[in-house]
Design a protein. Sequence first.
Length: 73
Amino acid sequence: MTTKNPRINVTFDESIAGILASLALHEHKSVASLVRELALEALEIREDLYLSDIAEKNDNAGGEIYMHDDAWK
């Protein structure tokens, strides 16, 4: 049986699996959907850090500063 979304197996130690199960129960979600949600949040955070690093590298001391409205004219 093929699915449109690939499946990924992840193994946790018993204590982490218990925490995930408790959190999923508390949030009325399955453990799988909770782990998926947490993975997506982590990817967003990593993307933000990566883009922030690029912005810092491109930031020039003494560069021109534009007001928001002026920049989009």
